[in-house]
Design a protein around this ligand. Structure first.
Ligand code: NAD
Ligand SMILES: O=P(O)(O)OC[C@H]1O[C@H](O[C@H]2[C@H](O)[C@@H](O)[C@@H](O)O[C@@H]2CO)[C@H](O)[C@@H](O)[C@@H]1O
Ligand code: MN
Length: 441
């Protein structure tokens, strides 16, 4: 008989959960489940999404046992895959991460700059606890982590669990970019064989080979440089994401070698972008007033209607599709190419071996088999080393409780640079995060 898998979604009350549940239902033949558990620390959030899931699975996937819980034992016992999407502190803390730096004229962003620093310092503790809990109850489970800021979480987990080969850190942004490239080139994105290097939310596509071995990157760069970049799912995107994609053209004009990850806009144009952001209404507000309200309301409506058939709870399926396909690639040894976060060890030859880099890898039952890119040019090497130093100092600041390392981290970050500004922001962040961070002395 074919194997059926047990999976748990940690952060089951996430706004992305309905999309992942839909993707699981859609892919039930390719990735068959025995059971799926939603786990969250927030009972109220969990219940709304959980009740929606109960109906969805009854209607679309009755063979899989569906439960939701706040009990770790129920959540982590006998699991094959653990999907991690927690947000320590929730959107209210994300709002502070974004607004505090902006109050000093510095980029306010979920994963970049001081906002990413603050979020990282919150995520590390809960992610370590999670891995310890999972390993106690399911020693062999694959832990698929995309809890942000993934770069900092990956470095911290690699430090605490260096021998754990079943933690895979991964981000959906490269896959989203590939989908959008596919539309611009009129190609099925699954046909791309990409070459990619960098750090998470800080990388570049160097080549995009098609089935005939032709590199489509030059043509794509020309299309974006002349016509701009509108993402594949533009009609579902808030304005801030459309602005973000539009900046890819600017980056290509200035740095035409490679196709940049959208997040590089914050590091390459920190003043320009900071001036464009509204310090009183940031992305957290956009999400709380948009996606969060919509997803929770649509789940409640489906529960009241007693069916999910009328609901349109998933507007963008890229994220859900990707994470389920990643699990499928591991479970069934598909050896499909994904862009993953992994310890460097020479993959990018001239940056530190212990950095957690982001590169393309073939993904199968033995985990990722990454593709190296050789040496990178001075500009990219310097960018990566600078950002890596910021990330590593952040992780060290957390483990050592070091104010000095935290200040060094922020000063090195390209969105800050000025240590006096860094100190002001750090002091405000310390105050805002006193329930979450270790004490920094
Ligand atoms: N890496 C990627 O590419 C990628 C893509 C999408 C989302 N994400 C990440 O997924 C996460 C969820 O995003 P969201 O916008 O839906 O946020 P959200 O706040 O809607 O969902 C997060 C959920 O995690 C729960 N939670 C908090 N601490 C927890 C803990 N210790 N254990 C279990 N659950 C906990 C919260 O109660 C909440 O329900 C974030 O970390 C986000 O950055 C990453
Ligand atoms: O601001 P948010 O909460 O909408 O998104 C933050 C996340 O953004 C990236 O993921 C995108 C993805 O690129 C997009 O195409 C679509 O699927 O939505 C995702 C969320 O908007 C990023 O990779 C994540 O790390 C962020 O959490
Ligand atoms: Mn990401």
């Amino acid at each position: 008989m074919d194997k059926r898998f047990n999976i748990v979604l940690v952060g089951g009350g996430s706004t992305w959960t309905p999309g992942i549940l839909k993707a699981i239902c859609k892919k039930q033949k390719d990735f068959p489940l025995a059971s799926i558990v939603l786990y969250d620390v927030d009972e109220e959030r969990q219940e709304v999404i959980g009740k929606f899931g109960e109906i969805l699975f009854r209607e679309e996937y009755p063979e899989a046992k569906f439960i939701y819980t706040t009990d770790k034992k129920v959540a982590f016992t006998d699991m094959d895959f653990v999907f991690c999407q927690m947000r320590t502190g929730g959107y209210p803390m994300r709002e502070l991460d974004e607004k505090i730096p902006l109050s000093e004229g510095v980029i306010g962003q979920e994963t970049c700059g001081p906002g990413g620093f603050a979020y990282g310092m919150r995520s590390i503790r809960d992610m370590i606890e999670l891995v310890n809990d999972v390993r106690e109850m399911s020693p062999d489970a694959w832990i698929l982590n995309y809890t942000n800021p993934a770069a900092i979480v990956a470095d911290a987990l690699n430090r605490v669990f260096p021998d754990d080969k079943k933690i895979l850190n991964i981000c959906d942004q490269p896959v989203n970019l590939l989908r959008s490239y596919g539309r611009l080139l009129d190609m099925d994105p699954s046909e791309f064989e990409p070459v990619y290097f960098g750090l998470n939310h800080f990388g570049w596509f160097t080549h995009l080979y098609n089935k005939n071995g032709v590199d489509m990157a030059p043509k794509l760069k020309e299309i974006i440089t002349t016509g701009g970049f509108i993402p594949v799912d533009a009609e579902q995107r808030d304005q801030s994401w459309l602005d973000t994609y539009a900046m890819v053209r600017d980056m290509l004009v200035d740095f035409p070698e490679y196709l940049p990850n959208t997040y590089l806009q914050y590091y390459l144009y920190p003043d320009y972008k900071a001036n464009k952001l509204d310090p009183n209404y940031t992305r957290a507000n956009e999400v709380m007033n948009g996606r969060e309200k919509r997803v929770f309301q649509e789940c409640r409506d489906a529960v009241n209607a007693g069916t999910t058939k009328l609901s349109d709870v998933v507007h963008n399926d890229a994220h859900g599709d990707m994470i389920v396909e990643v699990a499928e690639a591991i479970a069934f040894n598909k050896n499909k190419t994904y862009i993953v976060i992994i310890q460097n060890n020479g993959l990018v030859e001239n940056v530190p071996n212990d950095a957690m880099v982001e590169v393309a890898a073939s993904l199968g039952i033995n985990g990722p088999k990454p593709y190296g890119v050789g040496k990178v040019d001075t500009f990219y090497k310097a960018m990566i080393e600078n950002q890596f130093a910021y990330e590593r100092l952040t992780v060290e600041a957390y483990f050592e409780g070091s104010y000095n390392k935290a200040l060094k981290a922020l000063t090195l970050n390209r969105t800050v640079v000025d240590a006096k500004k860094g100190r002001k922001i750090l002091d405000k962040l310390i105050d805002a995060n006193k329930d979450y961070w270790p004490k920094l002395v």
